[in-house]
Design a protein around this ligand. Structure first.
Ligand code: SF4
Ligand code: SF4
Length: 245
């Protein structure tokens, strides 16, 4: 593939995905990623050198009722966004296949393993490798423009697209998510994320009427885009670091 062909293919991916509501698109180098996550391809059965990762923002209004637990309104928004991401991923995969490259869309949200719960591929890890955000204290992908209020999907591909570079950890002095987590799973002092405590809380939330799923939304809501306490502001510029999360 020439540089011009790669550029044209990338433009086509951006056009398709933006037309379907995607707001952030990145490409991850999975050869580098597989050195950090050795079992990255274990559940897809074949390796791929690149992944296109896409993010759609949540409507902040759907999070207004989320205080210390998920609501049916948030659950609906979560599910609809997953559906729209799956449509975008399948269209992008089709375009890559038509251009001659083996490609595979990975579902936005499909649990295929427990302890810990996991999908075919971790979209968060792929997005961090592509540099569309960083892994925050909550373990969520945090983007400069939308905070953690995004959902993600990935397309694995053999297309030799130019890959992005990881962003530095930029939570700065912010500890908002740690303060509000109902499971006390997030460390404000750089300690380990307590996945087991988080999962137990999410299991408790499955008993909420008209939710019935392992979702939460509390740390997602806390990680707003206009967060002056973190390392960079929503325009991507350095922000004042403060301990007032
Ligand atoms: S709420 Fe603050 S500390 Fe938590 S992930 Fe977002 S920026 Fe980082
Ligand atoms: S999903 Fe909920 S329980 Fe888990 S870390 Fe976030 S706020 Fe805590």
């Amino acid at each position: 593939m020439t540089d011009e062909q790669a550029h044209t293919l990338r433009e086509s991916i951006d056009t398709i995905s933006h037309g379907l509501g995607v707001r952030e698109v990145g490409v991850a180098d999975l050869e580098a990623g597989s050195r950090q996550v050795p079992d990255i391809f274990e559940r897809v059965g074949a390796s791929y050198p690149r992944a296109v990762v896409m993010a759609m923002p949540l409507n902040p209004a759907t999070l207004e009722g989320v205080i210390d637990a998920p609501t049916p309104l948030y659950f609906h928004a979560y599910r609809q966004l997953n559906y729209r991401l799956d449509v975008a991923a399948s269209r992008v995969a089709e375009a890559l296949i038509e251009a001659g490259y083996r490609s595979l869309a990975i579902a936005a949200s499909q649990i295929v393993g427990r302890d810990p719960p996991r999908g075919h591929v971790s979209h968060r890890h792929v997005a961090a490798a592509a540099g569309i955000g960083w892994t925050g204290r909550s373990g969520l992908l945090v983007t400069p423009a939308y905070g953690a209020r995004v959902r993600l999907v990935s397309v694995l591909t053999e297309a030799p697209l130019d890959a992005g570079s990881p962003m530095p950890f930029s939570c700065g002095g912010c500890v908002r998510c740690a303060k509000v987590c109902p499971a006390h799973a997030i460390s404000a002092s750089g300690g380990r994320f307590d996945l087991e405590a988080c999962y137990l809380k999410l299991t408790e939330f499955t008993r909420i009427p008209y939710v019935g799923q392992h979702i939460c939304g509390v740390c997602v809501k806390a990680c707003a885009p206009d967060n002056p306490a973190r390392g960079i502001d929503s325009s991507g510029n350095p922000a004042q670091v403060s301990s007032d999360g």
